[in-house]
Design a protein around this ligand. Structure first.
Ligand code: SF4
Ligand code: SF4
Length: 226
C-alpha cells in the first residue's frame, strides 16, 4: 500500500513523499488516524529566482496553483485509501484555523510537523521545511490515515549550520535565527504576526498581501542545485 500511495502521489506531481507515526499529535476527533503521509511539490525555480526584494504576481499565481495541486493529490490519496478500506482525511494545503487554543495562522494539523517526522526535510531558520534536494522551494501536503506502514526516518536537527541568509534578508526582521530541533515551537523561529502584517502592508497589490517568499527564494540550498 505504501508503494501504491507513493506511485499515485508521484504520478500527479509530488516530488517527495514520506510516512510517519503522529499518534501523539493528531486532533482528538481524528485520534484513530495515527499515520501522516507527507508530500512535497517542487516550485518553479525560474519563478522563485524572480522573487528578490518583493514577491511577484507570478509567484502568487504559482503559490495558488501548487496549493490546488496539493489539495488534488491529497484527495486522490484519501480516495485510494478509502477504496482499500482505510480511513483518511486530507489536510488543506493552506488554511488558517483561528481557534482560541491555536497559534495564529495554524492549520488543523501541521504540515511541517508531518514533513519533519516523515523525513521530507528539517525546519530552517526561515521556519519553512528545507529539503536537501530543493531547499525550501516546495509546498507541502498531508494526509492523516489509519493505514499502518513502515515509517521513514525523521529529521531531528537543523542542517542550516552557520548560515543566516534568510534571517538577514527578511525585510521586517521577523526571523529570530534560532536553530530548529523538534522541541522548538514555530513562534520561537518567526514572528508570524510581523510577517503577516508586513505582507499586508507592503504587498497588498500582489494577492492582497498573502505572500512574500523572500526568505524562501534566498535560501542557498534551493539555489545551489541549479
Ligand atoms: S515571508 Fe517575508 S516577511 Fe515573512 S519571514 Fe519570510 S522574508 Fe520575512
Ligand atoms: S537561508 Fe540558510 S539559515 Fe535560512 S533556511 Fe536556508 S540554509 Fe537555513
Amino acid at each position: 500500500m505504501k508503494e501504491k500511495i507513493t506511485e499515485i502521489a508521484r504520478s500527479i506531481g509530488a516530488d517527495k513523499i514520506g510516512f510517519s507515526d503522529v499518534e501523539a499529535y493528531v486532533p482528538t476527533q481524528y485520534n484513530d488516524l495515527t499515520t501522516a503521509i507527507s508530500f512535497a511539490v517542487r516550485m518553479s525555480d525560474s519563478i522563485m529566482d524572480s522573487v528578490n526584494e518583493a514577491p511577484t504576481h507570478e509567484y502568487f499565481h504559482l503559490y495558488r496553483s501548487v496549493n490546488r495541486l496539493i489539495d488534488d493529490i491529497a484527495l486522490r490519496i484519501v480516495i485510494e485509501l478509502q477504496r482499500k478500506g482505510y480511513r483518511a482525511i486530507p489536510i488543506a494545503a493552506s488554511q488558517s484555523i483561528n481557534l482560541p487554543q491555536n497559534m495564529p495562522y495554524s492549520a488543523l494539523f501541521s504540515h511541517r510537523l508531518a514533513a519533519t517526522r516523515s523525513g521530507i526535510g528539517w525546519i530552517g531558520k526561515n521556519a519553512s521545511v528545507i529539503t536537501p534536494e530543493f531547499g525550501p522551494r516546495i509546498r507541502l501536503g498531508t494526509v492523516l490515515t489509519n493505514l499502518i506502514v513502515e515509517y521513514d526516518e525523521a529529521y531531528t536537527e537543523s542542517k542550516c549550520g552557520n548560515c543566516n541568509i534568510c534571517v538577514e534578508k527578511c525585510p521586517t526582521l521577523a526571523l529570530s535565527g534560532v536553530k530548529w530541533n523538534p522541541s522548538v515551537e514555530r513562534g520561537e523561529l518567526v514572528d508570524v504576526l510581523a510577517c503577516s502584517n508586513h505582507m499586508k502592508d507592503q504587498y497588498d497589490l500582489i494577492g492582497r498581501g498573502s505572500v512574500c517568499g523572500i526568505c524562501i527564494s534566498k535560501c542557498p540550498i534551493g539555489k545551489e542545485r541549479l
